[in-house]
Design a protein around this ligand. Sequence first.
Ligand SMILES: [Cu+2]
Length: 109
Amino acid sequence: MNQRLVTSIIAIASGLIMASGAAVGKEYTVGQAGKAFTQDKITISVGDVVHFENNDPFFHNVFSLSSTKTFDLGSYPKGDARSVTFDEPGVIEVECALHGDMFMLIEVE
Ligand SMILES: [Cu+2]
């Protein structure tokens, strides 16, 4: 099979998986508690989703400037969670704009 045909088949297959609503990635939750992320590092796979859940009685902000995945979830209060889908492999540094000591790594395989 030539490369273009293989690429087309993969594109059609992933389209079908998306259309069927099947889960394509695992889901993880990382909390923010005591002005820290509840995990220093997690290792996930491409397509997985991480929910960042604020467990502190004050606001946190979750963002990353990493080239693999740049995002800014904004600031949100206790009980709220916001999610990011990681679609490229690499190591992503995650920080909180409100608390400079908060830091964690997400390794996407
Ligand atoms: Cu914070």
